[in-house]
Write a protein that binds this ligand. Structure first.
Ligand code: F6P
Length: 547
């Protein structure tokens, strides 16, 4: 395979372009070329991506596209689709694209395609059974509450999507999500749950995850106490690759769903890990989500880089991280229902590309994944936008904007649209001191007041944003958006020459936690090895003992 981006001829060229554009404000680029929108925006797979407010020009774009060729993005993409073991440290193929395939397609080969479709149908039949009441609790009562117990990829995808697609959940059981180990969320849910109509889904690819198993055992004990041991079979479903663990837990064979080791946790919403979502939105809407994801796959697989939305999003991210020195991306959806998208993308991007060695295990000499953060747009405007407009730190911004209201209140969505566009312009153009002065003079302020106020009111601008607009937040669009970001992450991983599909960085903390549990529970019996930690545990134990 070709060398990663920093070892290509395009890398130094991009450094030169960054220097060339360094002294120019983005608003100046618009003055020079009023046709930037036409030149620097693209439509594809149902989305409009406007990157005209990024601090780049067509020459930079062409160089980024050449970079994609130079790193062999096409060959890497084809290797993924062919099912090669591109997750080299775990010896696994990476085939989440196979989960979105249509009947008749053979992505991943005939056997995988057949298994995917069979399992999809089993899961969707189960979801429909729960929705209709055909599959009911041990007392015959229909389920009106579904509690998904999982964490990371076994939580964030379904939780984000259930919230995003609330419009499609009418008459469905209410879906709740429990992830953290402290048990607080579960306790809140159990407080007013009717055990006869509550279904728990234990979602865990490995079925060994501390948080999930702890919450699952607590839920199981609660159910057993309320309805007896026999009810466990009817009130628990599970999704995992670990059949033995599901046996041991006592999950009914027909309420178990399969996973495969070629699906990474953070890419698993499309599999049976999405069962809570399927219960919430129903079969047809779930299939539309898959169809939207597949549409984006086809777009990524067949479109030239210069018009390829995920590739461009990834390449522009490379420009911002490696050449504009912007280490974070704020994800700002102008639809409240996308409120968990930033958290979802945090795992997708940061667990995938938060790496500092190359595929060959050598330290990288370049920055990799950005820190992802964010909040629905208008909330963000009234909290951290101040820093983004005028602070000393700068961030790249992704603005997500539906045209239609998700709750049929178009009047209010129009305000969200105006807010989003206004912010995009303000971040780009800023407000130079001459304009500030002119405003203050017009307001007839005394000269010394104008002098004093002007520096405080200047907005430097040149804060780069990409605006991703779409007609409405429906299942297909959500599928397109998620797949857009998945392939963005893939593109960046290829450019940086890293493995986007392992996550060794989460193991150390897990191991240390296991070692510390006995010390926390019994500080005198099993003192912690580290003196500082032992002191903390002692203090916490003292407070814990207080009434
Ligand atoms: O700790 C990280 C992680 O391994 C994620 O990659 C994964 O999504 C999550 O834990 C949950 O894992 P599981 O589905 O096996 O419980």
């Amino acid at each position: 395979m070709p060398a990663p981006g920093p070892r290509t001829a395009q890398w130094p060229e991009l450094t030169t372009h960054a220097t060339r554009l360094g002294a120019v404000a983005t608003r100046e680029l618009f003055t020079r070329d009023p046709g930037r929108f036409e030149r620097l925006s693209r439509q594809g797979a149902g989305l409009l991506m406007d990157f005209s407010r990024q601090h780049l020009d067509e020459t930079v774009l062409a160089t980024l596209v050449a970079l994609a060729d130079a790193v062999g993005l096409r060959e890497h993409r084809e290797a993924m689709w062919r099912g090669e073991k591109i997750n080299s440290t775990e010896g696994r193929a990476v085939l989440h694209v196979a989960l979105r395939q249509r009947p008749g397609a053979l992505i991943g080969g005939a056997q995988i395609a057949r298994e995917v479709l069979e399992e999809r149908e089993r899961m969707l039949a189960f979801a429909e059974g729960v929705r209709s009441g055909r599959i009911a609790g041990s007392s015959g009562k229909a389920f009106n509450r579904v509690v998904n117990i999982g964490i990371g990829g076994s939580d964030l995808g379904p939780a984000m999507a259930v919230r995003a697609l609330r419009r499609y959940t009418l008459d469905a059981p209410r879906c709740e999500f429990v992830s953290n180990v402290d048990g607080n969320r579960l306790a809140d849910i159990l407080q007013d749950a009717d055990p006869r109509s509550t279904l728990f889904i234990v979602s865990s690819k490995t079925f060994t995850t501390l948080e999930t198993l702890t919450n699952a055992r607590t839920a199981r004990a609660w159910l057993r106490e309320k309805l007896g041991e026999e009810a466990v079979r009817e009130h628990f479903a599970a999704v995992s690759v670990n059949h033995r663990a599901m046996d041991e837990f006592g999950v009914h064979p027909q309420h178990r769903f399969k996973m495969w080791d070629w699906v990474g946790g953070r890419y698993s919403l499309w599999s049976s890990i999405g069962v809570a979502l399927a219960i919430a939105i129903g079969r047809e809407a779930f299939l539309q989500l898959l169809a939207g994801g597949h549409e984006m796959d086809e777009h990524f697989r067949t479109t030239a880089w210069q018009d390829n939305l995920p590739a461009l999003l990834g390449l522009i991210g490379i420009w911002n991280i490696n050449f504009q020195m912007l280490p974070t991306v704020a994800v700002l959806p102008y639809d409240e229902r996308l409120g968990r998208l930033p958290a979802y993308l945090q795992q997708l991007e940061m667990e995938s590309n938060g790496k500092s060695v190359t595929l060959e295990g050598r330290p990288v000499q370049w920055q990799t994944a950005a820190v992802i953060w964010g909040e629905p747009g208008n909330n963000a405007q009234h909290s951290f936008f101040q820093l983004l407009h005028q602070g000393t730190q700068r961030a790249a911004l992704d603005l997500l904007l539906p045209a239609k209201s998700s709750c049929d209140n178009q009047g209010q969505q129009d305000l969200a649209i105006a807010s989003c566009l206004a912010q995009a312009e303000a971040f780009m153009a800023g407000l130079p001191s001459a304009a500030v002065r002119a405003d203050l003079e017009q307001a007839q302020l005394p000269p010394e007041r104008i002098e004093a106020l002007t520096p405080h009111k200047v907005h430097p601008g040149s804060r780069p944003s990409t605006l991703i607009a779409f007609p409405r937040l429906d299942p297909a669009t959500l599928g397109r958006l998620i797949a857009l970001y998945e392939h963005k992450v893939f593109t960046q991983g290829v450019v940086w020459g890293i493995n986007s599909f392992d996550q060794w960085g989460v193991e150390l903390g897990k191991k240390l936690c296991e070692q510390l549990v006995p010390s926390v529970r019994d500080p005198d019996g099993t003192p912690a090895a580290s003196p500082g930690v032992a002191r903390l545990i002692a203090q916490l134990a003292e407070w814990r003992a207080q009434p």
